[in-house]
Design a protein around this ligand. Structure first.
Ligand code: DX5
Ligand code: ZN
Length: 221
């Protein structure tokens, strides 16, 4: 199984001082960054795009960045995100006409590939492509907003996905995105996740270091 990683979602950061916020969360112990991109079409909200990622790279952000595309369509923006410094590009299967083509396009650019499944999306869509991706992200809220409540039925889906991964290739990472807090973190981990995408629980706190250390202390050593 892959390493446990804590991936702050910068959606809940203060955008007026984003560079500072990101460097702060990295020095507080973040393993990577989760970069939420929204288009007011695939999801009912707007956020940030490749120019912002490029600015963060120029500001000295060197950790891996997983770009979570909540946009439709996706193919036309892949090269821009790669040029801006994406390490992995994760997309929702419903947001592209052809899942396999989008996977190939991301790969062609030398980037990691992630698939993101909404709470109501079944695991069926993984069937023919699971061995072509690096990360499967299960949404534990409906995408579009930070600070939502974790949907408890996700735990069962995490367990099923973990079984699927272990049966095929246990180097595929299993990420969970949405509503993770101190109350459900253990259950998410015990169900089989190894990447924890956490937004408001980190950025709404006054001490990012304490919060990340506390989450990390809940992981097996
Ligand atoms: C929701 C985003 C998440 C979200 C996580 O659409 O994909 O990454 O910002 O934030 P919290 O932890 O606040 O749910
Ligand atoms: Zn996200």
């Amino acid at each position: 199984m892959n390493k446990f990683l804590i991936a702050p979602s910068i959606l809940s950061a203060d955008f007026a001082k984003l560079g500072e916020e990101v460097l702060c969360v990295i020095s507080a112990g973040a393993d990577m960054l989760h970069f939420d991109v929204m288009d007011n079409h695939y999801v009912p909200n707007l956020s940030i795009g490749p120019m912002v990622l490029k600015s963060l790279r120029n500001y000295g952000v060197t950790v891996p960045v997983d770009v979570h595309l909540m946009i439709k369509p996706i193919d036309g923006l892949i090269s821009d995100f790669v040029d801006a410094g994406a390490h992995c590009i994760s997309f929702h299967p419903e947001a592209t006409e052809n899942i396999d083509r989008s996977i190939q396009l991301i790969r062609k650019h030398g980037c990691g590939v992630g698939l993101v499944l909404n709470p109501g999306t079944t695991l069926e869509c993984l069937k023919y492509v699971i061995n072509k991706v690096d990360v499967i992200t299960l949404m534990s809220v409906n995408p579009g907003f930070g600070g939502q409540v974790f949907l408890p039925e996700t735990l069962n889906k995490i367990r099923q996905t973990r079984k699927l991964i272990n049966a095929i290739d246990d180097t595929i990472s299993l990420a969970v995105d949405g509503g993770i807090n101190f109350g459900n973190f253990n259950a998410v981990r015990e169900s089989g996740a190894n990447i924890f995408i956490i937004g408001s629980a980190i950025f709404n706190s006054t001490n990012y270091h304490d919060v990340i250390c506390r989450f990390r202390s809940m992981l097996p050593q």
